[in-house]
Design a protein around this ligand. Structure first.
Ligand code: MSP
Length: 653
């Protein structure tokens, strides 16, 4: 069985995780879960970077012992990762003995190779970056990243002969085009290599917080050298050689774009010096900004990941970050957009689909669906979505994986609208057709849920349970996303997975909805959003966010109209053409009520219409308004009427 060793950057613990650092862990978790879904033996490691001066200073500021402070922060980090459903296999802290052993072992190897030498260092040091800065890189004397003044440092240091590895690194990049992805990161590092590398300081003098140099306890190892070695010490380097043999070299380091130089230059050079293999691949993801601003605790623009996860649960947050941000690019988080996507993707689309199939299965088949033995029309789409999904996920285009799963969900919603199971249910002669439609929908939802398992693990598992998947979730593999046309499915009905929420951007959301909208003059949906209505014609097109203001309601001009003439629209089962008197003029309307009313019975009736609706063409006839009717699921529409004569054109409100 193939294996996959995957890591994230290890976090500084001078503050709690923010949504940016959490984004990296979520993205890596999606990759780890995908690899497991593919049946690959996966080892996913995360951790905390504790030997930073900032961590030490923060502990002192709070009057805490630095190690006790790190213990407390580790508990906080682990709690956040647990609540975000991050499935790491190991969590390493750089204050652990196993890590110290690994660091000292590797530095000894580098020393034995003649690559560590003594010298003096003088220059600017940014403690937040934990890096020396050149005068030319400062902006108004400040670190360009942290906007704080670096410290001037002059001390005895040990140096690493990084310059010696310039050519080997260049060759490595030449021969391994995918060593650092995406290309934009690779190109940055290629430029750096072209200009040649300088030796770097790898120790700090006069500090006690850190791992001592093997032969000089008065110096501690530079925090970046210390931190990078976590990728090895976590798999037993310096303590358990057999596990190192199993997992090293790492298959993928997932890191942010700001730390590619450490990972793609210094780290491989250290490994080359110690005679070890370099990691197979490094992925430098982009930044998650907040309202276009860099997310940072010190700048006050950090979003608390637990607050975001508590808004709707961890899965909607995971989906937002994965689906809305192309992995590798920068992305933005705003509360409005987050809520908006929640309503579109989850409340209206996937959540409603899951409710609809459960309700229809119960109503028409007592909750039990029997496989028809032959794949229906959705099977081909499901296969193509699976193919797209796999291609994207294998290339770490996580947003493409999410999009492929949602393409299938959209197609399934459209399939329901097109096949109208509630109409099939009225005709006993169409019973087999109804069985096939219901089973196909359930199967399609099952396939989509398998694809969503890495992205939304808890919700996808729940959906699988609801659509009658009997396999244990941990046993499900990507091959289970192939279409199955046989067997019985016991469909479970339960509460809506994602109730709609109010947002301030209703119109954007509705426009973005992919489900086809209600046609004007069809039996009208009420202005208020329906509860998730299984079997309803077009739930996603109705206003969806709960309550509306009176002003919004008043924009819809409802008026009475008297039917002057009515005739069936040829080639349509449902449509009838009406000529109506609206008080000020005569208008033509097309209404979807032909199955409920004979045209003759309509003449002379007073109906309610949406008077100020944009005209739309239906079967080639321009309809100038929409007739209101109550439309019970699976039943016939009933016109809204009056118990006494009302003049045409009267406003209804
Ligand atoms: N401790 C170092 C990494 C050592 S790895 C051997 C470090 N820590 S960090 O806490 O500052 O950042 C941890 C990770 O989060 C890094 O990969 C960093 O790029 C990433 N991010 C920090 N802010 C981020 C965003 N706003 N958006 C996305 N990722 C961000 O660097």
């Amino acid at each position: 069985m193939s294996r996959f060793y995957l890591t994230t950057a290890i976090d500084y613990v001078n503050s709690r995780p923010h949504l940016g650092t959490a984004y990296e862990k979520i993205a890596a978790d999606v990759i780890a879960r995908y690899k497991r879904l593919c049946g690959i033996d996966t080892h996913f490691v995360m951790g905390n970077d504790e030997h930073s001066q900032n961590v030490f200073r923060k502990a002192r500021e709070l009057g805490e012992d630095p190690l006790a402070y790190c213990d407390r922060m580790a508990a906080e980090f682990l709690d956040v990762w647990k609540r975000l459903d991050i499935s790491f296999d190991d969590f390493i802290r750089t204050t652990e003995a196993r890590h110290k052993a690994g660091v000292q072992e590797l530095v000894k190897k580098m020393t034995a190779a003649g690559d560590i030498f003594e010298g003096h260092y003088e220059g600017w040091y940014c403690v937040s970056c934990e890096a020396f800065k050149q005068e030319k890189d400062l902006v108004d004397g400040n670190c360009p990243i942290h906007r704080t003044k670096p410290e001037w440092i002059r001390e005895k240091n040990y140096f690493f002969r990084l310059s010696k590895y310039t050519d080997r690194l260049r060759h490595h990049f030449e021969w391994h085009e995918d060593f650092l992805v995406p290309d934009v990161r690779r190109n940055e590092i290629l430029r750096l290599l072209e200009s040649g590398l300088e030796d770097i300081s790898v120790s700090r003098a006069g500090q006690a917080w850190g791992i001592p140099m093997p032969d000089d306890p008065a110096s501690v190892i530079y925090v970046w050298v210390d931190a990078l070695i976590n990728y090895l010490s976590a798999v037993g380097y310096g303590t358990q050689p057999t596990t190192v043999d199993k997992w090293w070299p790492a298959d993928l380091h997932v890191i942010g774009k700001d730390i590619t130089r450490f990972h793609a230059v210094i780290w491989p050079a250290m490994l080359m010096s110690a005679g070890l293999e370099v990691p197979k691949q490094i992925f430098g993801h982009g930044w998650v900004n907040f309202r276009g601003e860099k997310m940072s605790k010190s700048l006050g623009t950090a979003v608390e990941p637990l607050e975001a996860a508590q808004r709707f649960g961890p899965d909607p947050l995971r989906l937002y970050l994965v689906k809305e941000i192309a992995f590798g690019n920068d992305g933005d988080f705003t509360w409005e957009r987050f809520e908006d996507r929640y309503n579109v993707d989850l409340a209206n689309n996937l959540g409603n689909l899951v409710s609809r199939i459960a309700a229809m299965a119960e109503r028409y088949r007592g909750g039990r669906l029997l496989g028809p033995g032959q794949p229906g029309r959705l099977a081909g789409i499901a296969a193509s979505c699976l193919e797209d999904y796999q291609k994207s996920m294998d290339a770490f285009a996580l947003e493409g994986g999410a999009a492929a799963a949602f393409r299938l969900i959209d197609a399934t919603n459209e399939f329901i609208a097109g096949t109208e199971p509630w109409v099939l249910a009225r005709d006993p002669g169409k019973s087999d057709a109804l069985s096939q439609v219901l089973f196909d929908v359930a199967e399609s939802v099952r396939v989509a849920a398998v694809l969503l398992l890495p992205i939304m693990p808890a919700s996808a598992s729940e959906i699988l349970r609801r659509v009658g998947e009997v396999k244990k979730v941990s046993d499900i593999r990507l091959s289970d996303a192939s279409w199955r046309a046989d067997g019985e499915r016991v469909i479970a009905k339960a509460d809506a997975l994602w109730p709609r929420t109010e947002t301030s951007q209703r119109s954007t959301r509705v426009e973005e909805t992919k489900n086809p909208g209600a046609v004007p003059a069809s039996p009208a949906a009420p202005v208020q959003p329906p509860a998730p209505a299984p079997g309803a014609m077009t739930p996603a097109a109705a206003p969806t966010d709960g309550k509306i203001a009176i002003d919004d309601f008043m924009k819809v001009e409802l008026r009475t109209a008297k039917v002057l003439a009515a005739e069936k629209v040829s080639n349509s089962r449902k449509l009838v053409k009406l000529s109506v008197d609206v008080g000020t003029e005569q208008r033509t309307l097309v209404a979807g009520i032909a199955e409920a009313y004979e045209p003759e019975a309509l003449v002379g009736r007073t109906v309610v219409i949406v008077f100020n609706l944009k005209p739309a063409k239906l079967m080639g006839i321009e309809s100038n308004g929409m007739v209101l009717a109550a439309s019970p699921e699976g039943g016939k529409p009933t016109l809204v009427g009056f118990d006494q004569e009302i003049p045409p054109g009267t406003r209804v409100r």
